[in-house]
Design a protein around this ligand. Structure first.
Ligand SMILES: Cc1cc2nc3c(=O)[nH]c(=O)nc-3n(C[C@H](O)[C@H](O)[C@H](O)COP(=O)(O)OP(=O)(O)OC[C@H]3O[C@@H](n4cnc5c(N)ncnc54)[C@H](O)[C@@H]3O)c2cc1C
Length: 412
C-alpha cells in the first residue's frame, strides 16, 4: 500500500512505535487515545528490554504448579473468581498451549521480535536523542534457594541451544561481590548480559516529542468506537468521525472491546500488575533484577528506583489494592542486606494485554484489509513495542519484514 493517511488507535508503546515507523515511511499519521498518551500500561512498567524473557508464561507445569498458587493469600499470581465465561475460555486456551512443542515455537517467534525490538530501541534512542536512562548492564535473575537456582540451568541451556545466547551463573559470594547491597546468604543469580533497561515514562515522553517533530498529530481523550461505511471506511470516535486510508488498532488490554471494529473478538485478558516508584534509596542496587521466587522486579535508574510486578486476573478492575502493593516491598526486603523503606511518590497499576499463547496479534483484520491489529503483548510489551511498530509499517507497505510474521497472525 502506498503511504497515505493513517489513524493509529492507542498511545501506548505499541501504538506510538507504529506511528513512528509509519511517519518515517511517509504516512500522514493521526494518533488517538481514549485517555492520555503513554499513561496506561506503558507508563509504570519495569522498563526491562529483555531478550532473556523469551519463554512465555504458558509452559508445561504452569497449570499444575502456578494455578494452585493463585488461590493462596499473598501470592504474586492471583485470580479473582468471577462468573466470567470469557476468562474461563481464556484459561482453557492457555492450558492447551502448555505443551513443550508450543512453547518452543512461541519462543522462536518471540526471540525474533525481542531482538528486532532491541535493535529498534538503539536506533530510535540514538536518532531521536531520547534521554530515558537507557542502560545495557543486563538483568539478574536472583534466587534464595539453591535448588531453584540450579533448576534454571536447564532453561538457560535450552536458550543457548536454540537462540545462541545465555546467562552467566553467579554463586552467592560472586553475586554479593557484584551487588554488595544484596544479602550474602542468597543462593546466587543468573546474569543475562544481553538485556537492557529504560525508564518507560521518559522513553514515552521522548517518543512523543519525536512523533510531533515528524508531523504526527496526537489527539487525547478521543476514543475509537467503530468503523463504518464501505471502502476504507470512516472511523467513528467520541469526538467525531475521522477518514483515513488505513487504521492501526493498538489498544492494549482494551482491544477485545473493539471487536466490532476489528471484525473478531481477540482473546486478550487484562493481567493486572503494580509498581512503586520513587527517588533512588540509600543503597540502591546497580543492576535491574528479578527476585524469581517472589516474582518481584527491581529497576534502578540514574533518576530513580522502581519495584514492580505481581499478576492478577480480575477483569477491568481499576482499584489499587494495598495488600498487592505491600507484597512488592515485603518481598523485596528479603533480599537486601539493609532495607530502609524507600520513599515512593507513585503507586501505580497497569493492565498487561495477556494472550493465551504468549504471542501478540500483529495482522490485518479478517473483515477489513486496511485495518491492522497490533495488540496482546503480554508481559514483554515494553521490550517488543518498537519491533512491532516496525513490523506494522512493513506489513502496511507490503515490504518483506525483517522476520517471519506468520506466528503473529490472528487466525493462528
Ligand atoms: C507491573 C508491570 C511491569 C511490567 N514490566 C515490563 C517490563 O519490564 N518489560 C516489558 O517488556 N514489559 C513489561 N510490562 C508489560 C508492558 O507494560 C505491556 O506489555 C505494554 O506496555 C503494552 O503496551 P500497549 O501499547 O499494547 O498497551 P498500553 O500501554 O496499555 O496502551 C494502550 C492504549 O490504548 C488506549 N486505548 C484503548 N482503547 C482505546 C480506544 N477505544 N480508543 C482510543 N484509545 C484507546 C489506552 O488508553 C492506552 O493508552 C509490565 C507490565 C506491568 C503491569
Amino acid at each position: 500500500m502506498k503511504p497515505g493517511k493513517v489513524v493509529v488507535i492507542g498511545g501506548g508503546v505499541v501504538g506510538a512505535s507504529s506511528a513512528y515507523y509509519l511517519a518515517r515511511d511517509g504516512w500522514s499519521v493521526d494518533l488517538i487515545d481514549q485517555g492520555v498518551f503513554g499513561a496506561a500500561c506503558s507508563h509504570g512498567n519495569c522498563g526491562y528490554v529483555c531478550p532473556s524473557h523469551v519463554f512465555p508464561l504458558c509452559r508445561p507445569g504452569a497449570i499444575t504448579k502456578t494455578l494452585p498458587l493463585a488461590l493462596r493469600p499473598n501470592s504474586p499470581f492471583a485470580i479473582r473468581p468471577r462468573p466470567d465465561l470469557r476468562m474461563l475460555a481464556w484459561f482453557a486456551r492457555f492450558a492447551a498451549n502448555c505443551t513443550t512443542a508450543k512453547v518452543h515455537s512461541t519462543a522462536a517467534a518471540l526471540n525474533d521480535l525481542l531482538w528486532a525490538a532491541k535493535r529498534c530501541y538503539e536506533e530510535i534512542i540514538r536518532e531521536e536523542k531520547i534521554e530515558c536512562d537507557w542502560q545495557k548492564d543486563g538483568c539478574l535473575f536472583v534466587y534464595r534457594d539453591r535448588h531453584h537456582l540450579d533448576a534454571f540451568a536447564g532453561e538457560n541451556d535450552e536458550i543457548q541451544r536454540r537462540f545462541g545466547f545465555s546467562a552467566k551463573r553467579l554463586d552467592g559470594p560472586s553475586l554479593a561481590a557484584l551487588e554488595p547491597v544484596l544479602r550474602e546468604d542468597l543462593a546466587g543469580a543468573w546474569h543475562f548480559e544481553c538485556d537492557a533497561h529504560i525508564r518507560p515514562d521518559r522513553f514515552m515522553a521522548g517518543l512523543r516529542a519525536a512523533l510531533e517533530r515528524r508531523g504526527v498529530t496526537i489527539h487525547e481523550h478521543r476514543a475509537a468506537t467503530a468503523i463504518t461505511g464501505d471502502g476504507p471506511g470512516v472511523l467513528q470516535t467520541t469526538r467525531g468521525p475521522m477518514r483515513a486510508d488505513a487504521y492501526v488498532v493498538a489498544a492494549g488490554a482494551w482491544t477485545p472491546l473493539l471487536a466490532g471494529l476489528i471484525g473478531t473478538r481477540l482473546p486478550i485478558q487484562p493481567g493486572k500488575g503494580y509498581s512503586l516508584t520513587g527517588p533512588r534509596p540509600a543503597g540502591c542496587p546497580r543492576y535491574p533484577m528479578v527476585f524469581e521466587e517472589h516474582r518481584v522486579a527491581i529497576t534502578p535508574w540514574k533518576s530513580g528506583f522502581r519495584i514492580g510486578s505481581t499478576m492478577e486476573f480480575a477483569g477491568y478492575d481499576d482499584s489499587i489494592r494495598e495488600e498487592r502493593l505491600r507484597l512488592l516491598t515485603d518481598s523485596a526486603k528479603l533480599y537486601f542486606r539493609e532495607w530502609a523503606e524507600p520513599t515512593f511518590d507513585e503507586r501505580w497499576y497497569g493492565w498487561r494485554p495477556m494472550t493465551p499463547d504468549g504471542k501478540p496479534f500483529i495482522d490485518r483484520s479478517p473483515s477489513r484489509r486496511n485495518v491492522l491489529v497490533a495488540a496482546g503483548h503480554n508481559m514483554i510489551g515494553m521490550s517488543t513495542g518498537p519491533g512491532t511498530g516496525q513490523l506494522v509499517a512493513d506489513l502496511l507497505a507490503g515490504r518483506a519484514p525483517a522476520f517471519e510474521p506468520a506466528p503473529f497472525r490472528i487466525g493462528r
